[in-house]
Design a protein around this ligand. Structure first.
Ligand SMILES: *Cc1c(COP(=O)(O)O)cnc(C)c1O
Length: 440
């Protein structure tokens, strides 16, 4: 049986879970647990879907799909991104180093971050990154000076806050945003940033950027933000008698985490954004700018499943005669901080066998010294789950391994790519020796 969302697209269950034809048991035996398993064809297909949808809806005005590297990054994924022919959004020297290590084409890289260091800026400009997205007045001066020292003219965007804050099923439209990112349009600092940037011969302002949130399911937030950026493009045109050619509308496209949910469709959301961009540009008599986007979660999240081994179970009496079974797995908040950080919800299945046992009220917890170390707060799972069983948690590709920590000196898990019945290691498991090697 083929499993549907939130499982990766090549996941099946024939008495046990297999991903791209490799069973959970074989994966656990060969690579150990906890393990991140990434469905390679699914990754290519999802990244390609954004590339194709952007071209379909914006035609000549299609800019670049930048994969947000912070969602999950290693060298192999950077190679895949390049094979798909899309760009790369990095926001630190470390992420840039991954891109450089696989010779990722510099012009397809965009550098983000609200506090880029001098050396990060220098490395980026030396490497020749296509775009630096600037986030503060200090940074405008810093990037301008370093580009001048290196004898380069750097293409830049300004990161703007458009007064739109989007969440999963709602968006809030306010004038001001109380957050660390960007220049606010409403307060006038966005315009001051335009003037400050334009004063530097070593900077070429190409356009504006906005990123309104994450795990968003409604297009209206993107549409309102786009309209406000376009209004500022018109102001720029009126003032400088020239048009800025580019806009970047950021990422944040929502995915399915639980059974019955489905992710945003790239075609649908880009169709509605495209309609708004055309309408607003017409309203201001502007040429349509090239539109770029930065999906992270939507590309990698659904491609990856975490496989855990069960270590213990324990039944706890609740008030009212109910009971809850705690199932402890061999990872937890060190490989998936999202449940404790955001109250994020996941689903899980018994991966190594079919159970006829009746489902019982269960909570999946990790092995860390925190009572908040919870993978899934409430789930019905077969009553006979026991030590040695494997649990699979789907849709852990985004902000799982990339936010992993060494809390309790737990080495971070390996990442394995599966494709057409074959599995290969793409990031090895950290060892205790890796951790000990840091101490003097
Ligand atoms: C985090 C982030 C993204 C990606 O967000 P997703 O929710 O993973 O799509 C894109 N752009 C910027 C600037 C970000 O900070």
């Amino acid at each position: 049986m083929k499993l549907s969302q939130p499982y990766s697209s090549n996941s099946t269950f024939e008495g046990e879970l297999a991903i791209a034809g490799v069973t959970a048991r074989n994966l656990a035996n060969e690579f150990g647990t906890p393990l991140f398993v990434i469905d390679e064809d699914d990754f290519h297909q999802r990244a390609g879907a954004w590339r194709d949808a952007l071209i379909r809806h914006f035609g000549n005005h299609a800019g670049t799909v930048y994969y947000a590297g912070k969602s999950f990054l290693n060298k192999e994924v950077a190679r895949w991104i390049n094979q798909v022919g899309i760009g790369f959004d990095v926001c630190s020297g470390g992420e840039l180093a991954v891109a450089r290590s696989v010779n990722f084409p510099a012009t397809n890289i965009e550098l983000h971050g609200n506090n880029k260091s001098e050396s990060e800026i220098r490395e980026a400009i030396e490497y020749g990154v296509g775009t630096i997205v600037m986030d503060s007045f200090f940074e405008i001066e810093r990037v301008a000076r370093i580009a001048a020292e290196l004898g380069k003219i750097q293409k830049v965007y300004l990161r703007l806050t458009a007064g739109v804050e989007a969440h999963t099923h709602e968006f809030i439209s306010t004038a001001h945003e109380d957050q660390k990112f960007g220049f606010s349009i409403a307060s006038g600092s966005a315009w001051k940033a335009v003037e400050a940037t334009s004063a530097h011969a070593s900077l070429r302002l190409a356009g504006f950027h906005s990123h309104i949130g994450s795990q968003i399911f409604i297009a209206e937030g993107f549409e309102v933000a786009a309209a406000r950026l376009i209004e500022l493009l018109a102001k720029y045109r009126d003032h400088f008698d020239a048009q800025l050619p580019e806009l970047d509308l950021g990422g944040g496209y929502g995915i399915a985490y639980l059974p019955g949910e489905s992710g945003l469709d790239p075609d649908e959301v880009l169709a509605s954004i495209s309609a708004v961009v055309k309408r607003e540009c017409e309203k201001h008599s502007l040429t349509i700018p090239t539109i770029s986007i930065e999906p992270g979660r939507h590309i990698v999240g659904p491609t990856t499943t975490t496989i855990y081994a069960v270590g213990t179970t324990k039944s706890v009496e609740l008030d009212g005669g109910e009971s809850r079974r705690y199932i402890a797995v061999d990872g937890g908040m060190s490989d998936n901080i999202r449940p404790s950080l955001y109250g994020a919800e996941y689903t899980a299945l018994l991966a190594n066998r079919l159970s006829e046992s009746a489902p019982v009220n269960s909570r999946i917890v990790g092995k860390h010294c925190e009572s908040g170390d919870i993978v899934i707060r409430q789930i019905e799972l077969p009553g006979d789950i026991a030590p040695g069983d494997l649990l699979a948690v789907p849709a852990t590709g985004a902000y799982g391994r990339s936010m992993a920590s060494n809390y309790n000196h737990i080495p971070r898990p390996a990442v394995v790519a599966v494709k057409a019945g074959k599995a290969r290691l793409i990031t090895r498991r950290e060892s205790i020796n890796d951790l000990l090697a840091l101490d003097i």
